[in-house]
Design a protein around this ligand. Structure first.
Ligand code: SF4
Length: 459
C-alpha cells in the first residue's frame, strides 16, 4: 500500500491591534474582513491545507498543529504580530511576515520572523511556500517590480462563520501616484498604481454580489486613471450594486465621471481633505488639494450627484493652532459630511514625515509602535504650535462635537446622506457607532496587555 503524503499545513492569521487586560470588547469599526488574508489564501496552491484565524474576532489555537504561520503586519499591529510569532516560536513553528510594515522596516520585522516578504506577495508567494515546505526558507523575499494583478482570486471562504461588518472588500487598483509626506502608501508602492483587468473585477463581483452587502473598492484613489475608471464603471452599471471607495478631490471636476459613479451604484467616497490651511497642505505635499480646488464647491458637486462623503482630516502640522480644530469641525458639520475622521498625523516608519521629524529631533519615541509607554491616539512627536497632549485632546473634542446628536441630525438633512432609505438608515447606524467610539479608541494598547514575557526573536 502506498503511503499517503502529508499535506503541508498553512495557518494565516490577521493580528489585532491590541487587547486590554480586562478583555473588554474590541473596537467594532476595526472588524472588517481581511482582504489581505483572503488574497493570500487565494494565491495558495490547493494542495496546501489552509486555515485562517482572525485575532480581532476570537482566540488563536496556538497548539493546533501547523507547518507555517503567515502574518500580515501593519505598523499598528506589529507589536501584537511579534507576540503571536513568539507563541509559535515557543512551539517550534516558523513564521513568515509580509504587509506594509514588513516593507517599511524589513530589518525590524526580520528579527521576529523566519522569513519576510518585502513588497507585494502576489508573484512570490508560491516560492515562499515551496521553500518552507522543503525546509529551505530564505530570510528575505523581495518583490522588485509591481505585479500585474491579473488572475487574482481572493478566497473568501476563510471568512465563513465570522461576524464582520456588513461590507465586502474588493480591489480595483492598488497604489497611488501622489506623494503626501505622511503616507505609507507612496512608500510601499513607490508612487505607482496598478489596476486589475476590468473583466476580472466584474467576474469577481458577479461571484460575490448575491451577498446583500455594500462593496468597498479598497483603492487608494479609484479615479487615478479617469479613462480606465470610466470603462470600469460602465461595465459595473448592469450589476446593480452599491459601492463606496476612496478618491482624490480632483475627481469632482469631471461631471461624466460623477454621473457614471452614481449610475454604477456609488453611495459615498472617502476624501482626504487633511487640512483647511493651504500652508499645511503644501508642507505635507498634498498638492492635489491646493491646485485650484475649492472644497465647498467639490462637496456641492458630489451632493448634486447624490454621493455622500467621508472626510478625513489630520492635525499636528506646523501651521495648526487650537483654532484649526474649531474651523475644521464647523466646516465638516456645515458641509453635511456623512462621517468624518479627526486624527493627529502619524509618523509611520519609512515615510518622509518620519524622516523629517527624526532629523528635527521631534520624535518622542523612535519606534512608538513597540514602545511600552505608547497607546493608541497618543501623539508620538512634538508639534510646533501645541503640546502633544493638546493635539490629542483637541482631536478627541473634535470627534465629540462632530458626533453630537444635534450635529448628526443636522448632517442627516444633506441630500446625499438621505439619498434613499438605505443610506439614511445606514447614516444613523454608522454615526451612532462612531459616537460610541469617540473615546473608546483613546489609550487602546498596542499588543495584548495580558501577554507576558519578552518577545522571542527568530534565530
Ligand atoms: S493621495 Fe492619499 S493615498 Fe495618495 S499619497 Fe496622498 S494620502 Fe497617500
Amino acid at each position: 500500500m502506498m503511503a499517503r503524503t502529508k499535506k503541508f499545513r498553512l495557518t494565516i492569521i490577521q493580528p489585532c491591534i491590541g487587547r486590554h487586560a480586562d478583555h473588554r470588547r474590541y473596537i467594532r469599526a476595526w472588524q472588517m474582513e481581511s482582504l489581505a488574508a483572503a488574497t493570500l489564501a487565494g494565491l495558495t496552491p490547493p494542495d496546501v491545507e489552509t486555515r485562517f484565524y482572525d485575532d480581532r474576532m476570537g482566540p488563536i489555537p496556538f497548539d493546533e498543529p501547523t507547518d507555517l504561520v503567515a502574518l500580515t503586519v501593519e505598523t499598528y499591529t506589529a507589536r501584537r504580530a511579534y507576540q503571536l510569532a513568539s507563541e509559535y516560536r515557543r512551539r517550534g513553528v516558523p513564521v513568515v511576515m509580509g504587509g506594509f510594515h514588513a516593507t517599511l522596516v524589513p530589518e525590524e520585522v526580520a528579527q521576529y520572523a523566519e522569513s519576510v516578504v518585502v513588497g507585494e506577495a502576489d508573484d512570490i508567494w508560491k516560492r515562499v511556500l515551496d521553500d518552507a515546505r522543503h525546509g529551505r526558507p530564505e530570510k528575505i523575499y523581495r518583490q522588485a517590480t509591481r505585479p500585474t494583478m491579473a488572475g487574482l482570486r481572493p478566497d473568501r471562504r476563510i471568512f465563513a462563520g465570522k461576524r464582520y461588518l456588513p461590507i465586502r472588500l474588493i480591489e480595483h487598483s492598488r497604489g497611488c501616484e501622489f506623494n503626501c509626506e505622511f503616507c505609507a502608501v507612496q512608500t510601499m508602492f513607490k508612487q505607482t498604481q496598478i489596476r486589475r483587468p476590468v473583466d476580472e473585477i466584474i467576474a469577481e463581483i458577479e461571484r460575490i454580489k448575491r451577498h446583500p452587502k455594500m462593496l468597498f473598492f479598497v483603492d487608494d484613489n479609484i479615479a487615478a486613471d479617469l479613462g480606465e475608471t470610466k470603462e470600469f464603471l460602465r461595465a459595473l452599471i448592469p450589476l446593480n450594486v452599491r459601492w463606496v471607495s476612496q478618491t482624490s478631490i480632483h475627481a469632482t471636476q469631471d461631471e461624466e465621471l460623477l454621473d457614471l459613479m452614481h449610475r454604477s451604484g456609488c453611495q459615498a467616497v472617502l476624501i482626504g481633505f487633511e487640512s483647511l490651511n493651504p500652508a499645511n497642505l503644501r508642507q505635507m505635499n498634498k498638492n492635489v488639494n491646493v491646485t485650484g480646488v475649492d472644497f465647498a464647491t467639490a462637496l456641492d458637486t458630489l451632493c448634486r450627484h447624490r454621493i455622500a462623503v467621508y472626510g478625513t482630516f489630520v492635525f499636528g502640522y506646523d501651521h495648526d493652532t487650537p483654532e484649526s480644530f474649531r474651523d475644521v469641525v464647523d466646516f465638516a458639520v456645515d458641509q453635511g459630511l456623512y462621517i468624518a475622521a479627526f486624527a493627529h498625523v502619524m509618523p509611520f516608519p519609512g515615510t518622509p514625515l518620519y524622516a523629517r521629524l527624526h532629523a528635527e529631533g521631534r520624535l518622542l519615541h523612535e519606534a512608538w509602535w513597540l514602545d511600552d509607554g505608547y497607546r493608541y491616539n497618543r501623539v508620538p512627536f512634538r508639534p510646533t504650535c501645541m503640546t502633544p497632549d493638546q493635539v490629542r485632546w483637541l482631536c478627541q473634542d473634535a470627534r465629540r462635537r462632530f458626533y453630537r446628536w444635534p450635529s448628526i441630525l443636522r448632517r442627516s438633512r444633506n441630500r446625499a446622506n438621505r439619498a434613499d432609505f438605505f443610506m439614511l438608515r445606514t447614516f444613523f447606524l454608522v454615526n451612532a457607532m462612531h459616537r460610541a467610539d469617540v473615546t473608546n479608541r483613546d489609550g487602546f494598547p498596542l499588543g495584548d496587555e495580558s501577554w507576558s514575557g519578552p518577545l522571542i526573536k527568530a534565530g
